[in-house]
Ligand binder design. Sequence first.
Ligand code: PGA
Length: 246
Amino acid sequence: MKKIVAFNWKENPDNLSRVGGIVRAVLRSVPKKRLTIVIIPPALFIEKVRKLIGVRKEEVFLGVQNVSHLEKGAFTGEFSAAMLGSLKVTHAIVGHSERRYLFGETDKIISLKIKSCLKNKIKPILCVGEKKKMPQEKSWSFIRRQLETDLPKIPDPKLRTLIVAYEPVWSIGGNRKVNPSHAAYMIDKIKSFLYSVYGRRYSVLYGGSVGCKNIKNFLKYHQIDGFLVGSASLRPAEIRCLLKLI
Ligand code: PGA
């Protein structure tokens, strides 16, 4: 399976004029056929990023950080998975911890978002992760509950496009570092759980303060199928270095 690198820009950069520099840094560093790269800018910048990606459709994809759980109608400020499909967006982050805890997104809403993505052929990148550092078994029961509530109860052929990102919330934004062996352990658990429910092997990424300085430690673990990168995804030098090492 190709490794996946998803660059989550969050609410950055603050000006459209800075988009080109970041996207070009990615395009210039794409390793041939080795990686699937997903650029995930703020929704307002989608069109610009799409134009810059241009013909590199085989290896560089376009994603969004959020999507409505509602199909259409009087829901001010929302945009649907169907709209994203019409803009050739291929991936959507669903259930990022910043959405869960800063914007009150519930598991019910997240499960509806997943359904809507699948219905509209958008690949969901479902983020799961424990809120604080705790013993491994406790972390796993927390994550297992997230998977059980966010994903459909019964196997659904459309779910084959699912990607999961394991992001311990306490490790996001560079505050505290995760031990890569912990990440690999949790990713193994997630994969076995998904296999037991759906009979499929899914790609599971790691996210949380990934950068050039620490990526080699994660790359030692074959369980980790790729990375969801936040702050490092805005810095051209980091982008080049990451794409060289992965
Ligand atoms: P970070 O963000 O790399 O800045 O820790 C990761 C994420 O939130 O997806």
